[in-house]
Ligand binder design. Structure first.
Ligand code: ADP
Length: 328
């Protein structure tokens, strides 16, 4: 199971060693007004082969969590196990590839030279041509790194992260600076890599990115996990949907009694229904009021989810809830 020459464990062995486990992780930073409690007790395990999104607004603690699981920051409390090893051991064995938010590319090298240089640092790397192929870089492999577009640069950074042939790939907000096309390309490449049976954890503050590219979303706010489940479930919890329709003759109190409707209001000829189950509501609405028209259903936003799950809008102030508790 373990290659004696490289100390590397193969994919199957990595799987039996249980993927990723974070237990009771805590981390504070020193701030001008006292400690900033960035991560306040996180327990999570991610099975080998799973693609999970760490979802949350800026300041939620996603990067701090990622830094701890990569061994770049030391937790104040709790433990991290990556395929049964410490983060440092897992990284040294070439089991972990990472693409962090910051970091440029070495200039004046070709894309191929840079990827080959990175490959040479690892015990059991991916073939360089394969890494270029997987990331759609073959055609521009001869280009100098400082001449690349934003999307191409991110794909090179992705190639550098996977050329060690990792079992776990960690991406911290990888598409922040990309346009729509760049994002689409990037996530397509990521999903191709994940489909090889790899474990992927990526941080994002976009619900849509989590929904489209992960099996599971782990929702963080104020340094804690506030929801964790299949992205479909998180979306359903993300709150109510709003159903609008033109319907002059219905009174709001009977509309509020329709199945799946939590509350109803009238604005002129339009009715606005706040729905806990919009599928049920629309069926019932059309059955009882066939004249309803111009129907629109609008989904909940991530901001709504935070309101619902944490009982407050995310202020970006990690200690805001602490102050409130203190004031009670
Ligand atoms: P996210 O990745 O979800 O945006 P971070 O983990 O970067 O969240 O930040 C969590 C909290 O910790 C924020 O309040 C941030 O300002 C603070 N923080 C992060 N890194 C540092 C640091 N090096 N020094 C002080 N405070 C930090």
């Amino acid at each position: 199971m373990t290659n004696a020459a490289t100390g590397r464990i193969d994919g199957e062995a990595a799987k039996t060693n249980g993927g990723l486990r974070l237990d009771g992780l805590v981390k504070s930073y020193r701030g001008p007004q006292g400690p900033i409690r960035a991560v306040r007790g996180i327990d999570v395990s991610i099975a080998a082969g799973e693609t999970a999104a760490l979802l949350g607004p800026n300041g939620a603690g996603k990067s701090t969590t990622i830094d701890m699981l990569l061994g770049l920051a030391r937790p104040d409390g709790g433990t991290v196990a990556v395929f049964g090893r410490s983060p440092r051991e897992a990284v040294d064995a070439g089991l972990v590839g990472a693409m962090l938010q910051t970091g440029g590319l070495i200039r004046d090298l070709s894309v191929r030279e840079l990827v080959a240089m990175m490959a040479s640092l690892y015990p059991d790397p991916m073939d360089v041509e394969e890494a270029l192929e997987v990331t759609g870089l073959t055609e521009i492999a001869g280009q100098r790194t400082h001449k690349l577009s934003g999307g191409q640069t991110q794909r090179v950074r992705f190639a550098l992260a996977i050329v060690c042939n990792p079992e776990l790939l960690v991406l911290d907000e990888p598409t922040v600076a990309l346009d729509v096309e760049g994002r689409r390309e990037f996530w397509g490449i990521m999903r191709g890599f994940a489909a090889r049976g790899k474990t992927v954890l990526f941080a994002t503050h976009y619900l849509e990115e989590a929904d489209a590219n992960a099996d599971r979303a782990i929702l963080m706010a104020h340094g804690r996990i506030v929801a964790d489940g299949p992205t479909t479930e998180i979306k359903a919890r993300v709150g109510r949907r709003t159903l609008r329709a033109t319907l002059p003759d219905a009174d709001p109190s009977s509309l509020a009694d329709l199945p799946g409707v939590a509350s109803a209001e009238r604005h002129g000829d339009a009715v606005i229904l706040s729905c806990v189950d919009s599928d049920q509501s629309i069926r019932a609405l059309l059955e009882r009021y066939p004249a309803a028209k111009d129907i629109e259903i609008v989904g909940g936003s991530l901001e709504d989810a935070f309101l619902e799950l944490t009982g407050e809008p995310d202020s970006g102030e990690p200690d805001a809830d602490e102050e409130k508790h203190g004031a009670r």
